[in-house]
Design a protein around this ligand. Structure first.
Ligand code: F6R
Length: 238
């Protein structure tokens, strides 16, 4: 289902309202969260709604899609720092239930533990997703198996280039990350994918108006029974 709205601000309000509605209906919701530029206005709108509206994250839990490997704890470009700054520090979600993949120590064990923690919560109710220009979801780059689970991945050169702006001048993003797998993502009961801007139109076309193909990871969502795509006219697939 496509919900086309005129601009990023209206999309932010609509997606924030969608999340708020989910939390009101089920306070113990388990959220799957995304980072990236697309979600900056969405989390800002969500905080605004939270302040006005009397819903709570107190019984909720969240699992972020991904995190870079090899950044010092609290690096300003880490997804943990992004989430603290843009959401966690502003709402009543208990810190111990605001989870991101661990990226230090025994990564294979940590990946398995992340999957187990999601399962122990009863699975993800609402998974938020952006989409990469190459069709990636989370950091599942083209070629990722549709049944992949949380694991260490190498980032595509185009992803490193796209995310360079989040890092101080001269500092490159890490070349690897931990990401939920495509299989992890499609296990969510509901998926909301958000895409804004003309540079996402080709990826949306390949994801939803072409046959499923591992070269476009987001095309795995075609099989999912409950996917809502919020986009602006510029990102609308051809
Ligand atoms: C972020 C993530 C990525 C982004 C995607 C789009 O946690 O997993 O898949 O959603 O790279 O990023 P932006 O929104 O910056 O274009």
């Amino acid at each position: 289902e496509f919900r086309v709205l005129p601009n990023a601000a209206e999309i932010a309000s609509a997606v924030a309202a969608h999340i708020a509605q989910t939390l009101k209906a089920k306070p113990a919701t388990t959220l799957g969260l995304a980072t990236g530029n697309t979600f900056v206005p969405i989390y800002a709108a969500l905080i605004d709604l939270y302040r006005q509206n009397g819903f709570s994250f107190a019984e909720a839990a969240s699992f972020n899609l991904d995190e870079y490997v090899g950044l010092p704890k609290n690096h300003p470009a880490s997804f943990r720092a992004y989430m603290r700054q843009r959401l966690f520090d502003h709402v009543d979600l208990p810190a111990e239930r605001a989870m991101l993949p661990e990226t230090e120590g025994d990564l294979a064990a940590d990946c398995a533990a992340y999957e187990a923690a999601i399962a122990a919560r009863g699975g993800i109710d609402l998974q938020l997703l952006g989409i990469g220009r190459n069709g990636h979801i989370g950091f599942n780059e083209p070629g990722s198996p549709f049944d992949s689970r949380t694991r260490v991945v190498e980032l595509a050169q185009s992803t490193i280039e796209a995310n360079k702006g989040d890092f101080p001048p001269g500092e490159l993003p890490p070349s690897s990350a931990v990401t939920m797998g495509i299989g992890t993502i499609v296990d969510a009961r509901e998926i909301v994918l958000v895409a804004t801007g003309a540079n996402k139109a080709a990826a949306l076309t390949r994801a939803f108006n072409a046959p499923k193909d591992v070269d476009c990871p987001a095309s795995a969502l075609q099989d999912h029974p409950h996917v809502i795509i919020y986009c602006d006219p510029a990102a609308l697939p051809a």
